[in-house]
Write a protein that binds this ligand. Structure first.
Ligand SMILES: *[C@@H]1O[C@H](CO)[C@@H](O)[C@H](O)[C@H]1NC(C)=O
Ligand SMILES: *[C@@H]1O[C@H](CO)[C@@H](O)[C@H](O)[C@H]1NC(C)=O
Ligand SMILES: *[C@@H]1O[C@H](CO)[C@@H](O)[C@H](O)[C@H]1NC(C)=O
Ligand SMILES: *[C@@H]1O[C@H](CO)[C@@H](O)[C@H](O)[C@H]1NC(C)=O
Ligand SMILES: *[C@@H]1O[C@H](CO)[C@@H](O)[C@H](O)[C@H]1NC(C)=O
Ligand SMILES: *[C@@H]1O[C@H](CO)[C@@H](O)[C@H](O)[C@H]1NC(C)=O
Ligand SMILES: [Fe+2]
Length: 468
């Protein structure tokens, strides 16, 4: 059951309370008063069940997959072996076949302070059939392990597809709850849009990179079977000159490969993919985005390439949110917003997912692009060409919840709550998508915040008007 929120009720309430006097910070939405557990989240200890290495000499571990090309006909399979390099080969076969195909990948290692990584393998399976279940096998001899994935349907206009959205997961008991809720949700996500901050290994002294390994083993139960689309967060920087680590993103870039070249990007930190009826653009909040920088030059060329007759849904992922009314990380996304927001409005982005703030928030469709230094027009306004901004950095990491909100709730904020959870985005056809956020303290099937999305290109109606 989808619940509908009525914007006009909030407006009437605001008028009654404030007599219309306060323009900038008038209450436009809902701050959930839900009472949650205020205990600090703690990391699961090294000997936790979810971190157990698979048995057998040199057994492949930390197996994960992501999309391997621009359209969904390729998959990057990655894994780590600890004892010796082992085999680079992946065997794979479609469900209804016994004939195994094989392809060879490449192996990498890195050092971080006094940590030496295992042998990290990346192998791209190409020319796969759409909409097909494949099995794949990694390792050799007694220690092979077999997994499976389902390729997406061919890119197209009315192709239904369901994404899960998770951010800032970390590896606490709460992280484990978030992942379990995602797995148990009756709305079955087929691919995870991951909005950054993975392992939080940098929380430990010398960025104890063994915590990158435990994270890889923890999430394997999902990401070995369905692709997670990676976005880099600040906890991927691992930038620490005092211990001689001056190259940003070193562990992350060695461990997580993405198909950036397929979208003409020159860096794995920003790229795009098409999947089913969605065009997904991933941006890097921690790479340069000023005029003439590589990311800027890529995005200015990228947006006009999106063909809404082919991929009606335009989704952007980034780590640091542009619209966030939490006191944590307030305005950190502002400089990137100033650079790119007018493009998002021009190209009618449907939704932007961000993480970073450890709470949940959904905005109205608003933009703030009229300002030109002298005209004073610096207040967000309702804008039906603008995306909805969703902050979902509430995966459950060790830093705990961000519970202090700006008061009163800004008018642009439709719903906010400091609880852990995940979301799903169910594309139905070119016009409709069902979105919902699920908090961990509720049952698996409970939707704590929902919205029916109307596609900005094909059905640009105002969703805030009460629907029945
Ligand atoms: C790295 O250095 C830290 C601090 O000196 C020490 O506790 C740890 O055991 C070392 N790790 C390795 C793999 O040498
Ligand atoms: C095996 O993989 C190669 C390389 O991707 C591909 O060209 C070929 O069509 C595949 N063969 C089968 C039988 O799937
Ligand atoms: C993590 O969650 C899984 C699935 O619910 C459970 O089997 C496992 O025991 C949990 N582990 C920890 C350390 O909480
Ligand atoms: C957009 O995609 C549609 C459907 O695939 C195609 O017919 C059309 O030619 C494309 N338009 C452009 C400008 O490429
Ligand atoms: C698109 O999906 C929505 C929601 O399921 C449905 O109400 C609508 O009729 C569908 N549109 C078409 C053209 O099928
Ligand atoms: C959308 O609908 C709401 C509720 O009726 C209204 O307050 C808002 O101004 C509308 N926005 C636009 C841009 O029409
Ligand atoms: Fe972050």
């Amino acid at each position: 059951m989808i619940s509908y929120r009525c914007y006009s009720i909030a407006i009437l309430w605001f008028l009654a309370l404030n007599n219309g006097g306060l323009l900038l910070l008038s209450n436009g939405g809902t701050t959930s008063s839900f009472i949650r557990n205020e205990e600090k989240s703690i990391d699961m200890p090294f000997d936790s069940d979810v971190f157990h290495a698979p048995s057998g000499y040199n057994a492949p571990q930390q197996v994960h997959i992501t999309q391997g090309d621009h359209v969904g006909k390729a998959v990057i399979v990655s894994w780590v072996t600890m004892d010796e390099p082992g085999s680079d080969t992946v065997f794979y076969w479609p469900q209804d076949s016994t004939q195994k195909n094989q392809t060879k990948g490449q192996m990498y290692t890195y050092k971080y302070y006094n940590y030496t990584s295992g042998y990290i393998h990346h192998c791209t399976l190409k020319n796969l059939e759409f909409n097909t279940k494949y099995y794949y096998e990694v390792g050799v001899g007694h220690t092979t392990r077999t997994f499976w994935f389902v390729t997406p349907p061919e890119v197209g206009l009315d192709v239904p597809y369901t994404f899960g959205i998770i951010g800032d997961l970390g590896q606490t008991y709460d992280s484990n709850r978030t992942l379990t809720h995602y797995e148990m949700n009756p709305v079955k996500g087929e691919t995870v849009l991951y909005v950054g901050d993975l392992s939080y290994a940098d929380h430990y002294e010398f960025h104890d990179n063994r915590r990158w390994d435990t994270w890889g083993r923890f999430v394997e139960r999902s990401v070995a079977y369905q692709p997670w689309i990676w976005t880099a967060g600040n906890h991927e920087l691992d930038y620490s000159p005092p211990i001689g680590e001056k190259k940003p993103f070193k562990p992350f870039l060695h461990r997580y490969h993405v198909p950036f070249e397929a979208s003409g990007s020159t860096e794995p930190l920003w790229y795009s993919i098409k999947r089913a009826s969605a065009y997904i653009i991933v941006l890097s909040s921690y790479s340069a985005y000023g005029t003439y920088t590589p990311q800027y030059m890529w995005l200015i060329e990228e947006l006009p390439k999106v063909n809404r007759s082919e991929t009606p849904w335009l989704i952007v992922l980034m780590h640091s949110p542009w619209y966030n009314s939490n006191t944590y990380h307030y305005m950190e996304g502002e400089t990137m917003r100033v650079m790119f927001e007018s493009w998002f409005v021009k190209y009618k982005v449907d939704v932007v997912f961000a993480g970073h703030v450890h709470a949940y928030e959904r905005s109205e469709r608003i933009s703030n692009i009229a300002y030109n230094i002298v005209n004073g027009e610096c207040t967000p306004v309702h804008d039906q060409n603008a995306p909805v901004y969703i902050t979902i950095g509430d995966g459950g990491n060790i830093e705990g919840l961000a519970t202090y909100m700006m008061e009163p709730q800004p008018k642009y904020s439709a719903f906010r709550e400091a609880s852990f959870g995940h979301a799903t985005f169910e594309i139905k056809n070119r016009t409709h998508a069902y979105y919902s956020w699920h908090r961990n303290v509720d049952g698996y099937a409970v939707k704590s915040d929902s919205m029916v999305f109307f596609n900005r290109h094909w059905y640009p109606k105002n969703e805030s008007i009460c629907q029945t």
